[in-house]
Ligand binder design. Structure first.
Ligand SMILES: Nc1ncnc2c1ncn2[C@@H]1O[C@H](COP(=O)(O)OP(=O)(O)OP(=O)(O)O)[C@@H](O)[C@H]1O
Ligand SMILES: [Mg+2]
Length: 245
Protein backbone atom coordinates (compact mmCIF):
# COMPACT_ATOMS: atom_id res chain seq x y z
CA UNK A 1 0.00 0.00 0.00
CA UNK A 2 2.75 2.41 1.07
CA UNK A 3 6.33 2.09 -0.07
CA UNK A 4 9.19 4.56 0.17
CA UNK A 5 12.70 3.95 -1.09
CA UNK A 6 15.86 5.96 -0.55
CA UNK A 7 13.65 8.73 0.76
CA UNK A 8 15.40 11.93 1.80
CA UNK A 9 14.14 15.28 2.97
CA UNK A 10 16.31 18.32 3.45
CA UNK A 11 14.91 21.61 4.72
CA UNK A 12 16.64 24.80 3.62
CA UNK A 13 17.09 27.42 6.30
CA UNK A 14 18.65 30.27 4.35
CA UNK A 15 22.07 28.90 3.44
CA UNK A 16 21.93 26.08 5.95
CA UNK A 17 20.56 22.71 4.95
CA UNK A 18 18.81 20.66 7.61
CA UNK A 19 18.69 16.95 6.72
CA UNK A 20 15.53 15.46 8.28
CA UNK A 21 15.36 12.11 6.46
CA UNK A 22 18.54 10.41 5.26
CA UNK A 23 17.55 7.63 2.92
CA UNK A 24 14.62 5.66 4.30
CA UNK A 25 13.41 2.37 2.88
CA UNK A 26 10.07 1.34 4.34
CA UNK A 27 7.00 -0.57 3.31
CA UNK A 28 3.56 -0.71 4.93
CA UNK A 29 1.39 -3.46 3.47
CA UNK A 30 -2.34 -2.88 3.01
CA UNK A 31 -4.27 -3.36 6.23
CA UNK A 32 -1.29 -3.07 8.55
CA UNK A 33 -1.43 -1.07 11.77
CA UNK A 34 2.06 0.36 12.40
CA UNK A 35 3.46 2.73 15.00
CA UNK A 36 6.43 5.02 14.43
CA UNK A 37 8.57 6.00 17.39
CA UNK A 38 11.79 7.93 17.86
CA UNK A 39 13.22 10.90 19.73
CA UNK A 40 12.22 14.48 19.01
CA UNK A 41 13.74 15.65 15.75
CA UNK A 42 14.24 12.13 14.37
CA UNK A 43 12.06 12.87 11.33
CA UNK A 44 8.73 11.30 12.29
CA UNK A 45 6.53 14.25 11.33
CA UNK A 46 8.59 14.88 8.23
CA UNK A 47 7.92 11.31 7.12
CA UNK A 48 4.21 11.52 7.96
CA UNK A 49 3.81 14.76 6.02
CA UNK A 50 5.37 13.14 2.97
CA UNK A 51 3.25 9.97 3.34
CA UNK A 52 0.18 12.20 3.69
CA UNK A 53 1.06 14.11 0.50
CA UNK A 54 1.26 17.32 2.55
CA UNK A 55 4.91 17.69 1.55
CA UNK A 56 7.28 16.29 -1.07
CA UNK A 57 10.58 14.47 -0.53
CA UNK A 58 13.89 16.00 -1.63
CA UNK A 59 14.83 12.72 -3.31
CA UNK A 60 13.79 9.10 -3.36
CA UNK A 61 10.49 7.53 -4.25
CA UNK A 62 7.07 7.19 -2.71
CA UNK A 63 4.56 4.72 -4.07
CA UNK A 64 1.01 4.91 -2.78
CA UNK A 65 -1.22 2.03 -3.85
CA UNK A 66 1.21 1.32 -6.66
CA UNK A 67 1.38 4.79 -8.17
CA UNK A 68 4.46 6.99 -8.07
CA UNK A 69 3.48 10.04 -6.04
CA UNK A 70 6.52 12.09 -7.11
CA UNK A 71 5.24 12.20 -10.67
CA UNK A 72 1.96 13.80 -9.72
CA UNK A 73 1.12 17.48 -10.00
CA UNK A 74 0.06 19.49 -6.96
CA UNK A 75 -3.58 19.22 -7.99
CA UNK A 76 -3.37 15.46 -8.48
CA UNK A 77 -1.67 15.20 -5.10
CA UNK A 78 -4.42 17.19 -3.38
CA UNK A 79 -7.02 14.96 -5.00
CA UNK A 80 -5.17 11.78 -3.97
CA UNK A 81 -4.90 13.06 -0.41
CA UNK A 82 -8.59 13.89 -0.27
CA UNK A 83 -9.74 10.50 -1.58
CA UNK A 84 -7.17 8.16 -0.21
CA UNK A 85 -5.81 9.47 3.05
CA UNK A 86 -7.21 10.58 6.37
CA UNK A 87 -4.80 12.68 8.42
CA UNK A 88 -5.07 13.19 12.20
CA UNK A 89 -2.98 15.74 14.08
CA UNK A 90 -1.97 16.10 17.72
CA UNK A 91 -3.85 19.40 18.00
CA UNK A 92 -7.04 18.23 16.20
CA UNK A 93 -6.99 21.10 13.64
CA UNK A 94 -10.75 21.64 13.72
CA UNK A 95 -12.36 24.87 12.50
CA UNK A 96 -13.16 26.68 15.78
CA UNK A 97 -16.40 28.37 14.74
CA UNK A 98 -17.83 25.32 12.98
CA UNK A 99 -19.78 22.62 14.80
CA UNK A 100 -18.75 18.96 14.83
CA UNK A 101 -20.87 17.93 11.86
CA UNK A 102 -19.67 20.95 9.84
CA UNK A 103 -16.07 20.00 10.51
CA UNK A 104 -16.65 16.41 9.43
CA UNK A 105 -18.46 17.51 6.26
CA UNK A 106 -15.70 19.84 5.11
CA UNK A 107 -13.51 17.37 3.16
CA UNK A 108 -16.66 15.96 1.53
CA UNK A 109 -17.55 19.47 0.32
CA UNK A 110 -14.12 19.70 -1.34
CA UNK A 111 -14.95 16.46 -3.06
CA UNK A 112 -18.11 17.96 -4.50
CA UNK A 113 -20.42 15.52 -2.75
CA UNK A 114 -24.15 16.37 -2.73
CA UNK A 115 -25.46 17.89 0.50
CA UNK A 116 -27.71 15.01 1.49
CA UNK A 117 -25.10 12.29 1.10
CA UNK A 118 -22.54 14.51 2.81
CA UNK A 119 -24.74 14.98 5.85
CA UNK A 120 -25.58 11.27 6.07
CA UNK A 121 -21.93 10.26 5.83
CA UNK A 122 -20.86 12.84 8.42
CA UNK A 123 -23.57 11.68 10.81
CA UNK A 124 -22.53 8.07 10.38
CA UNK A 125 -18.88 8.95 10.98
CA UNK A 126 -19.70 10.87 14.17
CA UNK A 127 -21.88 8.01 15.34
CA UNK A 128 -19.03 5.56 14.76
CA UNK A 129 -16.80 7.52 17.17
CA UNK A 130 -19.56 7.75 19.79
CA UNK A 131 -20.44 11.42 19.23
CA UNK A 132 -23.98 11.27 17.87
CA UNK A 133 -25.13 13.55 20.69
CA UNK A 134 -22.36 16.13 20.13
CA UNK A 135 -22.99 16.94 16.47
CA UNK A 136 -24.00 20.55 17.11
CA UNK A 137 -21.19 21.27 19.54
CA UNK A 138 -18.38 23.59 18.54
CA UNK A 139 -14.79 22.57 19.37
CA UNK A 140 -14.63 24.80 22.48
CA UNK A 141 -17.78 23.06 23.75
CA UNK A 142 -16.08 19.66 23.71
CA UNK A 143 -13.31 17.96 25.68
CA UNK A 144 -9.94 17.28 24.07
CA UNK A 145 -10.83 13.61 23.65
CA UNK A 146 -14.11 14.51 21.97
CA UNK A 147 -12.40 16.98 19.66
CA UNK A 148 -9.92 14.32 18.63
CA UNK A 149 -12.79 11.92 17.94
CA UNK A 150 -14.39 14.60 15.72
CA UNK A 151 -11.07 14.81 13.89
CA UNK A 152 -11.11 11.02 13.45
CA UNK A 153 -14.69 11.19 12.15
CA UNK A 154 -13.55 13.84 9.66
CA UNK A 155 -10.69 11.59 8.58
CA UNK A 156 -12.88 8.48 8.09
CA UNK A 157 -15.97 10.14 6.60
CA UNK A 158 -14.51 9.94 3.11
CA UNK A 159 -13.71 6.20 3.37
CA UNK A 160 -9.92 6.53 3.12
CA UNK A 161 -7.73 3.48 2.58
CA UNK A 162 -5.01 4.93 4.77
CA UNK A 163 -5.15 6.77 8.09
CA UNK A 164 -2.07 8.69 9.20
CA UNK A 165 -1.99 10.05 12.74
CA UNK A 166 0.84 12.20 14.12
CA UNK A 167 0.80 11.91 17.93
CA UNK A 168 -3.00 11.75 18.09
CA UNK A 169 -2.99 10.99 21.83
CA UNK A 170 -0.22 13.46 22.71
CA UNK A 171 -2.58 16.01 24.27
CA UNK A 172 -4.98 13.52 25.86
CA UNK A 173 -5.23 11.92 29.28
CA UNK A 174 -4.83 8.16 29.42
CA UNK A 175 -8.54 7.30 29.21
CA UNK A 176 -9.21 9.56 26.20
CA UNK A 177 -6.04 8.25 24.57
CA UNK A 178 -7.23 4.70 25.10
CA UNK A 179 -10.61 5.56 23.55
CA UNK A 180 -8.82 6.88 20.49
CA UNK A 181 -6.79 3.66 20.30
CA UNK A 182 -10.01 1.60 20.54
CA UNK A 183 -11.33 3.45 17.48
CA UNK A 184 -8.05 2.87 15.62
CA UNK A 185 -8.20 -0.84 16.43
CA UNK A 186 -11.77 -0.93 15.06
CA UNK A 187 -10.58 0.76 11.86
CA UNK A 188 -7.76 -1.76 11.62
CA UNK A 189 -10.29 -4.60 11.87
CA UNK A 190 -12.16 -3.02 8.95
CA UNK A 191 -9.01 -3.31 6.85
CA UNK A 192 -7.80 0.29 6.86
CA UNK A 193 -4.04 0.79 6.76
CA UNK A 194 -2.94 2.80 9.79
CA UNK A 195 0.32 4.55 10.59
CA UNK A 196 0.56 6.27 13.94
CA UNK A 197 3.36 8.36 15.47
CA UNK A 198 3.70 8.24 19.23
CA UNK A 199 6.23 8.89 21.99
CA UNK A 200 4.40 6.54 24.34
CA UNK A 201 5.52 2.88 24.25
CA UNK A 202 2.16 1.76 25.70
CA UNK A 203 0.30 3.50 22.88
CA UNK A 204 2.65 1.90 20.34
CA UNK A 205 1.84 -1.56 21.78
CA UNK A 206 -1.67 -1.27 20.35
CA UNK A 207 -0.20 -1.55 16.85
CA UNK A 208 1.09 -4.66 15.07
CA UNK A 209 4.50 -3.26 14.31
CA UNK A 210 6.86 -0.62 15.73
CA UNK A 211 9.22 1.24 13.44
CA UNK A 212 11.84 3.35 15.24
CA UNK A 213 13.63 6.27 13.64
CA UNK A 214 16.76 8.01 14.82
CA UNK A 215 18.43 10.94 13.18
CA UNK A 216 16.45 10.54 9.97
CA UNK A 217 17.29 6.86 9.62
CA UNK A 218 15.70 3.54 10.45
CA UNK A 219 16.88 2.32 13.86
CA UNK A 220 14.70 -0.75 14.32
CA UNK A 221 11.61 -2.41 12.94
CA UNK A 222 9.87 -5.06 15.04
CA UNK A 223 6.52 -6.82 15.20
CA UNK A 224 4.70 -6.35 18.54
CA UNK A 225 4.58 -9.58 20.54
CA UNK A 226 2.34 -8.50 23.43
CA UNK A 227 -0.28 -6.32 21.76
CA UNK A 228 -2.67 -4.34 23.92
CA UNK A 229 -6.41 -4.47 23.28
CA UNK A 230 -7.77 -0.98 23.95
CA UNK A 231 -11.18 -2.23 25.04
CA UNK A 232 -9.61 -4.56 27.59
CA UNK A 233 -7.44 -1.73 28.89
CA UNK A 234 -10.48 0.56 29.10
CA UNK A 235 -12.47 -2.05 31.02
CA UNK A 236 -9.75 -2.08 33.68
CA UNK A 237 -9.45 1.70 33.96
CA UNK A 238 -11.14 3.68 36.70
CA UNK A 239 -14.07 5.68 35.28
CA UNK A 240 -13.75 8.56 37.72
CA UNK A 241 -10.68 10.46 38.84
CA UNK A 242 -9.27 10.47 35.34
CA UNK A 243 -10.86 13.52 33.78
CA UNK A 244 -10.59 14.35 30.13
CA UNK A 245 -8.31 17.32 29.44
N1 LIG B 1 9.84 23.31 8.28
C1 LIG B 1 11.08 23.02 8.70
N2 LIG B 1 12.13 23.78 8.39
C2 LIG B 1 13.37 23.47 8.80
N3 LIG B 1 13.69 22.39 9.52
C3 LIG B 1 12.68 21.57 9.87
C4 LIG B 1 11.31 21.85 9.49
N4 LIG B 1 10.53 20.86 9.98
C5 LIG B 1 11.36 20.03 10.65
N5 LIG B 1 12.65 20.45 10.59
C6 LIG B 1 13.82 19.77 11.17
O1 LIG B 1 13.85 18.44 10.67
C7 LIG B 1 14.19 17.51 11.69
C8 LIG B 1 13.08 16.49 11.85
O2 LIG B 1 11.90 17.16 12.35
P1 LIG B 1 10.52 16.41 12.59
O3 LIG B 1 9.50 17.46 12.86
O4 LIG B 1 10.27 15.48 11.47
O5 LIG B 1 10.85 15.58 13.91
P2 LIG B 1 9.90 14.67 14.83
O6 LIG B 1 10.55 13.33 14.89
O7 LIG B 1 8.51 14.76 14.35
O8 LIG B 1 10.05 15.38 16.25
P3 LIG B 1 8.95 15.57 17.43
O9 LIG B 1 8.93 14.25 18.17
O10 LIG B 1 9.52 16.66 18.28
O11 LIG B 1 7.63 15.92 16.83
C9 LIG B 1 14.47 18.35 12.92
O12 LIG B 1 15.86 18.56 13.00
C10 LIG B 1 13.74 19.63 12.67
O13 LIG B 1 14.38 20.71 13.31
MG1 LIG C 1 6.73 15.51 15.17
Amino acid sequence: MIKVSKLTKEYSMGKIKVPALKGLDLEFPAGQFAAIMGPSGSGKSTLMNILGCLDRPTSGQYFLDGSDVSRKSDNELADLRNRFIGFIFQTYNLLPRTDAIGNVELPLIYRGMAAKERRERAERALESVGLKDRMRHKPNEMSGGEQQRVAIARAVAGDPKVILADEPTGNLDSRSGEEVMAIFQDLHKKGITLVLVTHDPDIARHAERIVSLRDGKLLSDVMVQDRLDAREVLAQMPVNGDKTA
